[in-house]
Design a protein around this ligand. Structure first.
Ligand SMILES: [Zn+2]
Length: 257
């Protein structure tokens, strides 16, 4: 965490949330790894060490899948109040792991996306999350031959998700890792942002999905510029899971300075 905080300050970031994965799928690589007390001990250490230099938020990227609903609910009931910011992420759908490219060999993209977006909608309705992680994540793992993904293809499928988001005061992150990875665009990209804003949504956050200090802050300035061009005036900042809008123009002026 300390290394990440130094990287954040160097990247001109003023506020960071450590959203470690909390995984509930028993066959997942990360299952059983999360140690909440160690997490909060480390967080308190960096909060002390970087006081006045960086705002450090308690966060978690909690997996959400209807087949492990009870386990996630137990975790949330016991711990939700300790976090400033929670991301709900769906990593499995259509009988497989979304980050496993062969999943897409036997199915069309829509056969994966339709059940995936139903899971996302259930995550939104759960009331446990501030933000949904990497909304169009399947595009990151599409085999090259199938990289024909067009956001317009799922526009209709997104409308009920947006409605649920707006009714439940849940937003989504612009996950900048897609810019530096195969899709070469954020997850989601500008088209989906625009449709969400047109539907009345206004709860967007930015996240770099950094699993290393090397990528902290990566893609954030260009993402803020994208949001401005999409007519999104503010991104959300969270304390105790309550969001406050921060003007994009103010952040852009900072990053230009
Ligand atoms: Zn994730």
């Amino acid at each position: 965490m300390a290394t990440s905080c130094i990287a954040a300050i160097e990247a001109g970031i003023t506020e960071i949330a450590f959203t470690d994965h909390v995984d509930h799928q028993p066959n997942d690589f990360g299952f059983g790894y999360y140690r909440i007390d160690d997490y909060f001990r480390s967080l308190e250490d960096v909060r002390k060490d970087f006081r006045n230099r960086l705002t450090i938020l308690a966060g978690a990227e909690i997996d959400f899948h209807t087949d492990t609903y009870d386990a996630v609910e137990r975790f949330v009931d016991a711990n939700l109040e300790r976090y400033d910011f929670t991301i709900g992420s769906v990593h499995y759908a259509a009988g497989g792991e979304l980050i496993y490219p062969p999943l897409y060999d036997t199915m069309t993209l829509d056969e994966v996306l339709a059940p995936y977006l139903r899971e996302v909608q259930a995550a939104v309705r759960s009331g446990w999350f501030c933000s949904i992680g990497h909304l169009d994540i399947p595009k990151r793992y599409l085999p090259k031959a199938k990289r024909t993904y067009e956001p317009a293809d799922i526009r209709d499928r997104l409308q009920p998700v947006f409605r649920a988001m707006i009714e439940s005061s849940v937003g989504f992150e612009i996950n900048t890792s897609g810019i530096r990875q195969a899709p070469k665009t954020s997850m989601p990209g500008p088209a989906i942002v625009r449709w969400y804003a047109d539907a009345g949504g206004n709860r967007i956050t930015t996240g770099t999905d950094s699993h290393t200090d090397r990528t902290i802050g990566a893609g954030v300035p260009i993402t803020l510029e994208m949001l401005r061009l999409c007519g999104v005036p503010a991104v959300m900042s969270f304390r105790n899971r309550v969001g406050t809008p921060v003007p994009v123009d103010r952040l852009l002026a900072r990053s230009a300075a």
